[in-house]
Design a protein around this ligand. Structure first.
Ligand code: GLU
Length: 286
């Protein structure tokens, strides 16, 4: 039987340098693609232009190159793809699945918004039409439970409308939201397998709803455990994550043990990858 070609990706947001957590995500997605004889892509998620910088993006790409993780196609930059997000938004608006919202934060608060997984749950005030000039565009969610079948962890179910609410896909400041950009890009690159950090599993049901609305196929998912700091916080620039040391072989071995494997003890990265790919294939080859 012919299996579907595998296309995976690593999609860092260039808000800082690559750290141990992002290295684990990069390594897992890279090995998963290699173990499936698949294609591996790098996408720079610089859609949030206030928080991202070109310097961070170039530094991330430089470390990935030194790690020997090369994209199989030219690197994709979200800032070059705004017309694609515009087209997806037009489709959603046409189908009546997105709407302009004129509410400010304080108006949402006053409307008795509950606190959900991701801040305030929008109470749907503008669903029937914005009262003033629309500031942001929201996706019209529904409450049919969405279950993510995850290759790493237990299935994860969420009722998006009541747990998250109608979420923003184009922000009031004109920026595109990650939620929309990520799946337009994955779809247009033909991504079949998403391998990323467990902090994002919470976002996956709303992304699945959006994909269903746009008629996109749903990829397979693997959400890998987060690397935490001493205070049990997710590594991030805000939490003071340190950049990787120059000993990239050691950093890679550490990311590998974080992923639940025993240290390989390779002499160099060129020797590390074939062994790691084989072991990954034995564990996650399907
Ligand atoms: N850009 C996101 C991040 O750096 C990852 C998005 C994804 O893999 O879907 O956290």
């Amino acid at each position: 039987m012919k299996t579907k070609p595998y296309i995976g990706r690593f999609a860092p947001s260039p808000t800082g340098l690559l750290h141990a957590g992002s290295l684990a995500a990069a390594l897992a997605s890279y090995l998963d693609a290699r173990a499936h004889n698949g294609t591996w892509l790098i996408r720079i998620e610089d859609v949030d232009i206030q928080r991202c910088s070109k310097a961070s993006a170039l530094a991330i790409l430089d470390v990935l190159a030194r790690l020997g993780m090369e994209s199989d196609a030219p690197v994709i930059w979200q800032t070059e793809r705004f017309d694609r997000y515009e087209a997806a938004l037009a489709t959603l608006l046409e189908k009546g699945m997105a709407y302009g919202c004129s509410c400010s934060r304080s108006e949402i608060q006053k409307a008795n918004a509950a606190l959900g997984r991701d801040g305030m749950i929008y109470p749907g005030t503008c669903r029937m039409g914005a009262k003033g000039s629309a500031r942001a565009i929201r996706f019209k969610t529904h409450d049919e439970p969405i279950t993510v079948q995850d290759r790493w962890s237990e299935p994860f179910t969420q009722k998006v409308e009541s747990e998250v609410g109608d979420f923003v896909i184009k922000r009031a400041d004109g920026n595109w939201a990650y939620q929309l950009a990520v799946l337009v890009d994955d779809f247009e690159s033909g991504v079949t397998d998403v391998v990323r950090g467990a902090d994002l599993i919470d976002n996956t049901p709303r992304q699945i709803q959006l994909m269903q609305a746009l008629g996109y196929p749903i990829p397979r998912y693997m959400h890998i455990p987060l690397v935490l700091n001493d205070r049990q916080e997710k590594l991030s620039k805000q939490a003071g994550a340190l950049a990787l040391s120059d000993d990239l072989l050691e950093e890679t071995e550490r990311a590998w043990t974080h992923l639940g494997f025993e240290r390989i003890g390779a002499d160099n990265l060129a020797a590390f990858y074939p062994v790691a790919t084989q072991l990954w294939k034995e564990k996650f080859g399907i």
